[in-house]
Design a binder for this molecule. Structure first.
Ligand code: PXG
Length: 310
């Protein structure tokens, strides 16, 4: 645990990177987060992830204490200082330290935290496919808490994941309150029907960056795509299924609720999409080391020499 973590305006060794016990992110789950990956010395879809972070912040009336450009620069700097060329980046923005009592007006300044890790593994054997079970917990509806907000309130999803663990499955599939398929606990969900990809519209799931990247990739490969509501029957009888997300990437699903999907092995379309995704993420992104010495987008406190803790 010798990573440098960005917190309260500077980089600190992980063991010393702390926030107040009065932070409303801790007391009330009042905050948002992002998960980004770096491949081959480049941060994949950095600007898009930071757009989503600012959209989530806007939705919950949270003022991020930096500009979009500064947050991007802090992410790149976090990778650089930790010597990351391939890894996982977690951004958290909390409402900040306040008092007991949930009124956000007690919190004078939001807290931006950036953690980077060289690796992250979500499933035991992702490449040979995972077992999924449908959770009894339904994904939030937009009338309660928009699933587009990547908030620090993940209890709904965590309960679903616990249920999957209890049933010896790798992941939980969540339905929305009307019984339509929404997404997995931390991933979007796709099925393959008649040679085309089908995924639910984003009203009941997170607008995943991987989801939108795969829809684009499918377009360039000439694979049909559809965004339509569907039900468990469509999943159980699908030819193929997979989940996708920044951390998971593309993971084939070989069974759902003890129904074998397709042949019970990784399907041809899933393989094609996964291989193309693998190539795209390694070929694009914001360089981590290019232009080193150009600190113009970093907050002043981080420009070398300006802060004794750096
Ligand atoms: N749905 C939900 C509910 C998510 O939390 C996704 C879909 C996929 O979105 P992206 O933009 O990553 O394609 C997510 C992503 C974690 C972790 O720590 C969670 C996410 C991403 C990375 C790591 O378990 N959520």
């Amino acid at each position: 645990m010798n990573e440098l973590v960005y917190v309260s305006g500077s980089f600190r060794p992980a063991a010393e990177a702390t926030v107040s016990v009065f932070d409303h992110g801790l007391l009330y789950g009042d905050g948002i987060f992002e998960g980004i990956r770096a491949y081959n010395g480049r941060v994949f879809k950095l600007e898009r992830h930071i757009d989503r972070l600012f959209d989530s912040a806007k939705a919950i009336r949270l003022q991020i204490p930096h500009s979009h450009a500064e947050v991007c620069a802090i992410v790149v700097e976090s990778c650089r200082r930790n010597g990351i060329t391939d890894g996982y980046i977690r951004l958290v923005v909390t409402r900040g330290a306040g008092d007991l009592g949930l009124d956000p007006r007690n919190c004078s300044r939001a807290e931006l935290i950036v953690i980077v890790k060289a690796s992250l593994s979500l499933y035991r054997s992702p490449s040979s496919g995972i077992r999924v079970v449908t959770s009894t917990f339904r994904r939030h509806s937009p009338e309660t808490l928009s699933p587009s907000i990547k908030s620090l309130n993940y209890l709904n999803n965590i309960l679903a994941r616990i249920e999957a663990n209890d049933r010896q499955a790798d992941e939980a599939l969540m339905l929305d309150v009307h019984g339509y398929v929404a997404e997995a606990s931390v991933d979007n969900f796709f099925i393959v029907t008649d040679g085309a990809l089908l995924t639910p519209p984003t009203a009941n799931n997170l607008e995943g960056v991987t989801r939108e990247t795969l829809l684009e990739i499918a377009g360039t490969l000439g694979i049909g795509t559809e965004e339509q509501p569907f039900t468990l029957f469509d999943v159980w009888t699908a030819k193929e299924a997979f989940i996708c997300g920044t951390a998971a990437e593309v993971v084939p699903v070989v069974s759902v609720d003890d129904r074998t999907i397709g042949t019970g092995t990784v399907g041809p379309l899933t393989s094609r999409i996964a291989a193309a995704y693998h190539e795209v993420v390694r070929a694009q992104g914001t360089p981590i080391n290019a232009g080193s010495g150009d600190d113009s987008r970093l907050p002043e406190s981080l420009v070398l020499g300006a802060c004794p803790t750096n």
